[in-house]
Structure formats: structure tokens, C-alpha cells
Write a protein that binds this ligand. Structure first.
Ligand code: IMP
Ligand code: MG
Length: 188
């Protein structure tokens, strides 16, 4: 037995896997050239790993890079400041870039990364996010590829954390309160 709090499932493994195949086909249809995937750490690592393999199945041969960005948060709310904790190593000039992030909320993280890569001479920066929270944008950005629209709740799992926990879950969910129905939970 562990004392792990239960997590109510919002998007289960099979649903995520199906949607990722669709996203990969949509990326393939965008006819990218010299494609460089840039996954935004940490939250997107699981989504990126699955999407990159789906891109391979869709016939693409992207190179893969990582950028570690921190959007400062007070508790679960974004404060607006974005900082680079680890930068990409590859040249992005004249390349098509697919930026992969876990969730588009205020949009500040995605805008920061997109502006940075465009300033370095990327030919085109497309963005893929697993989740989008509508009505939360503080800056103007529309993701090119969106997995799911997410309700306005703080989600965890499938790479996403609260206070460094829950990234290991293979599904996306919401940390449950003690009085919720047990059949809504994903086995933990
Ligand atoms: P934005 O810069 O406000 O768009 O926020 C994007 C980043 O905030 C994401 O990459 C996540 O790391 C984090 N984030 C926003 N909402 C959630 C959530 O519900 N759960 C976990 N992380 C979140
Ligand atoms: Mg993040």
C-alpha cells in the first residue's frame, strides 16, 4: 500500500494514444522541411516521446531537441515570467521547428519559445500541445496541433506535475478530494 492520493481520470491512455496518431498525421500533412522537434521540459517529456514515435509511423524523420523552460508559478498560478534553464544545442536557422508542450494556458511559455526560435532564424515554428485550456490566454497564440481541450482545472499525470509528483501516471487526471466516487479513479 502507498499513501498516493487518488487521481480522477480525465483522458485515459487509449484515448491519448489514438489522438496522438491523429496529431502525427496532421503534422505529416503540414509538409515540413528539415524538421526539428523541440520538446519543452519537463512537462512534455511523455507526450513528446509518444508523439515523436507517432511521427516516425507517419513517415517523418525529425531530429529531436529539448529546451527546459520555467514559467514561474505561485502555487498553481502562472506569474508570467519565463526563464531558460537549459537551451537547445542544435542550429535552428532555416529549419521547420515543431515545438511540443504539455499544456497551453496563458500562452506565455509557448510565445516565449516561439519568439526565441524565430529570432534565431527558424523558417517556421509550429506548436503542438497535448492540452489547451480555453479562455485562459494572457498573450495571443494559437497552437497548430491540439490534443484535447482541457477543463479549467489543474491537471496532473502523463508528464505533468503538481509539486514534482504525478508525472509517472500514464493518463491525465485531477487530484481527487476524499469525498469523490471511487469508480472514477484510474487504479491508484
Ligand atoms: P502557460 O505559460 O501559462 O501557457 O503555461 C504553460 C505551462 O504551465 C505548461 O507547460 C505547464 O508546465 C504548466 N501548467 C499549466 N497548467 C497546468 C496544469 O493544469 N497542470 C500542470 N501544469 C500546468
Ligand atoms: Mg511546462
Amino acid at each position: 500500500m502507498t499513501d498516493t492520493p487518488r487521481v480522477r481520470v480525465l483522458f485515459d491512455e487509449a484515448t491519448i494514444a489514438r489522438r496522438i496518431e491523429e496529431l502525427a498525421r496532421a503534422v505529416a500533412a503540414a509538409e515540413t522541411k528539415d524538421l526539428l522537434v523541440v520538446a519543452v521540459l519537463k512537462g512534455s517529456f511523455m507526450f513528446a516521446a509518444d508523439l515523436i514515435r507517432a511521427l516516425h509511423r507517419a513517415g517523418l524523420s525529425p531530429q529531436v531537441e529539448f529546451i527546459h523552460l520555467s514559467s514561474y508559478r505561485a502555487g498553481t498560478r502562472s506569474t508570467g515570467k519565463v526563464e531558460i534553464l537549459r537551451d537547445v544545442e542544435s542550429e535552428v536557422r532555416d529549419r521547420d521547428v515543431l515545438l511540443i508542450d504539455d499544456i497551453l494556458e496563458s500562452g506565455r511559455t509557448a510565445v516565449f519559445a516561439k519568439d526565441l526560435l524565430m529570432a534565431r532564424g527558424a523558417r517556421r515554428v509550429l506548436t503542438a500541445v497535448l492540452l489547451e485550456k480555453p479562455g485562459k490566454r494572457a498573450v495571443e497564440i494559437k497552437a497548430d496541433f491540439v490534443g484535447f481541450t482541457c477543463p479549467d482545472v489543474f491537471v496532473v499525470g502523463y508528464g505533468m506535475d503538481v509539486a514534482h509528483s504525478f508525472r509517472q501516471l500514464p493518463f491525465v487526471g485531477v487530484v481527487a478530494h476524499g469525498d469523490e466516487e471511487p469508480d472514477l479513479f484510474g487504479g491508484i
